[in-house]
Design a protein. Structure first.
Length: 470
């Protein structure tokens, strides 16, 4: 037999990098830097699967957090029926779908699970039975982390359990939300869970991530040997990050490659009318200044919000007259990472785009998501048409545009919306056309401005009148 210290070192070399790539496990091991050694030695093991072997199956109980080390898996999801609700840890019953009446199960496109990504993280937070199945594509080697011994280890560290309480509570609520149904068996992104938590409750995770950047991991730390590389921003960059974290503008998470990221969550509405036009926010007028937007309506997620909650807020606040006429068709999650010199670390933008249709007058929409796609999916759009558009026909496009407005609470402030052809959005948002667009809008505003010096409201068609005339 090998000496204990050598066995622990070997276990850490094999398993610790997989633990330390997930935001939650990473935070745990900063709070207690000896934890990574214990977890690697006591809860992890290697498993191998032949082609087409089932890694987990629908109706099976989730008891392990897993990570594919080599190979790929194919995940097939089926929506749970409305009567199947997950139960939080400690409840006497478990969420268990049945095989009765399989015609009520809705299939989703298969998802390939590649190496290097933790999945089945729901096993740690909920008593869960899988809604889908994962099978091996070719030979698969994976790391399996058993939840029961992991919980036993954590019970000896009550401070970590206490700091993770609100994360577990939020996760257990999110698993029953329709927008996350296709991904629960795999994992709900930690960034989405953290953003859905109240600001005060996620402070534990924000502060420990910031501490890692401020103080480093220490020369002898196992985190330094096996964990991700930690950037060291300047004093001013750290100050800016702290201000944004404390105000709820961003969160700190680990990316897919283990890098520390400043993460911002966005919600975007892609609304089409019966003629196929897109609704865009064209410009805003605040404090006497006209600012060109030329973007789809949307918002950053706020404290305690999921993407669907943010979508409902944008509709209720900005487009209330359209609310009963919107049909929610599908949503798509996208992720984009960019270098940010201002903050000293990369910024990850997690965007959820909700695709919606504006129904004619008399027809009311239904807020239910029918399908979900990810960033790799094909998209409709006039890329070729956009390339054909030039600034020479910008004025013609503007003259034909159907502009609508919404007053803001402050007197004289408003937002201009417009219905445009999909191919025209690229033309309107091009920086080279901003000056011409602003000049055209100023002329448009002057022609429609009331003569009364006390009001600057535009005499254009408001949102409500436009909906009624459909």
């Amino acid at each position: 037999l090998l000496p204990t210290n050598l066995r622990q070192d070997l276990a850490c070399a094999v398993f610790a990098p997989w633990f330390l790539q997930h935001t939650v496990f990473f935070a745990w091991c900063i709070w207690d830097d000896a934890l990574v050694v214990t977890l690697a030695a006591r809860v992890a093991e290697l498993e191998a699967y032949s082609p087409d072997d089932e890694i987990f199956g629908r109706l099976g109980e989730a008891k392990r957090v897993m990570c594919i080390q080599a190979g790929q898996g194919k995940y097939e999801h089926h929506l749970r029926r409305s009567g199947d609700a997950p139960m939080a840890i400690g409840d006497s019953q478990k969420s268990k779908p049945t095989d009765e009446d399989n015609s009520e199960l809705v299939g989703h496109p298969n998802v390939e699970v590649s190496s290097g990504h933790l999945f089945s993280h729901v096993a740690l937070w909920c008593n869960w039975t899988y809604a889908g199945s994962l099978s091996a594509i070719g030979v698969v080697e994976l790391v399996a982390m058993k939840v029961e011994p992991m919980v036993e280890v954590l019970r000896l560290r009550p401070d970590i359990l206490e700091k993770s309480h609100y994360y577990a509570h939020t996760y257990s609520l999110m698993v029953s939300m329709p927008e996350y149904a296709p991904v629960v068996d795999l994992d709900i992104a930690p960034a989405r869970v953290l953003m859905a938590m109240p600001l005060a409750d996620r402070r534990n995770f924000s502060e420990v991530m910031l501490f890692a950047m401020e103080e480093g991991m220490g020369e002898a730390s196992d985190m330094l040997r096996y964990g991700p590389s930690i950037p060291r921003p300047t004093t001013n960059q750290l100050k800016l990050l702290r201000e944004e974290l404390e105000s709820g503008k961003c969160i700190l998470t680990l990316g897919a490659e283990g890098q520390l990221l400043r993460t911002v969550l966005l919600c975007v509405l892609k609304i089409r009318n019966p003629q196929g036009d897109l609704l865009i926010e064209l410009a805003t007028h605040k404090k006497g200044n006209l600012k060109i937007s030329a973007v789809l309506p949307g918002s950053k997620l706020r404290d305690g919000e999921t993407a669907e909650m943010a979508m409902n807020r944008v509709i209720s606040n900005d487009l209330p007259e359209m609310e009963e006429h919107l049909q929610l068709l599908a949503f798509k999650d996208e992720e984009q990472t960019k270098k940010s010199n201002q903050h000293g670390i990369h910024t990850c933008y997690l965007k959820t785009t909700f695709k919606m249709t504006l129904k004619p007058n008399g027809e009311r929409g239904r807020a239910s998501v029918h399908s979900h796609t990810t960033a790799g999916s094909s998209s409709t759009g006039g890329a070729a048409a956009i390339n054909k558009l030039t600034s020479s026909n910008l004025s013609r496009s503007l003259d034909e545009m159907n502009i609508i407005f919404k007053d803001l609470p402050n007197d004289g402030e408003f937002v201009l919306f417009a219905w445009v052809k999909p191919a025209e959005l690229g033309l309107l948002s091009a920086p080279s056309n901003e000056a011409e667009l602003k000049a055209w809008l100023k002329t448009w505003m002057m022609k429609r401005q009331e003569l009364s010096p006390r009001s600057t409201n535009i005499q254009a068609k408001p949102v409500g009148q436009w909906v009624q005339q459909l």
